[in-house]
Write a protein that binds this ligand. Sequence first.
Ligand code: 5GP
Ligand code: ZN
Length: 117
Amino acid sequence: MAGEPQEDCLFCKIVAKHVPATIVRETDTTVAFRDINPQAPTHVLVIPKVHHADAARLAAAEPEIAADVLREAQAVADAEELDSYRIVFNTGSGAGQTVWHAHAHVLGGRGLQWPPG
Ligand code: 5GP
Ligand code: ZN
């Protein structure tokens, strides 16, 4: 069934606390934790607890939880006292997606160029 934990998914393991992570926020439907390879002073990943391969599939299957991810991105920005920040959903390997469990990158704490690379 869509959304169920996948045995071979790193982020499902972080949700289950089988893999350690520096968790900064957790709700009934989401977990936010620091990226292991930060690209900015604040680099937090916000993930749904349910497994979907990318943000679009999450939004199609469980739109309320997709909205929870966006609300949590703002909550992370508030907690980190970020006036400006960027939310990135890499979608597809050509865009740099390497983990096939939907996740929002929340980046801030430095100037962010536009357009991005
Ligand atoms: P993607 O490249 O799929 O958009 O983002 C995956 C992110 O997960 C990368 O920024 C990568 O640094 C991060 N990441 C990969 N493995 C781990 C891990 O074991 N722990 C944490 N906290 N982040 C991870
Ligand atoms: Zn997963």
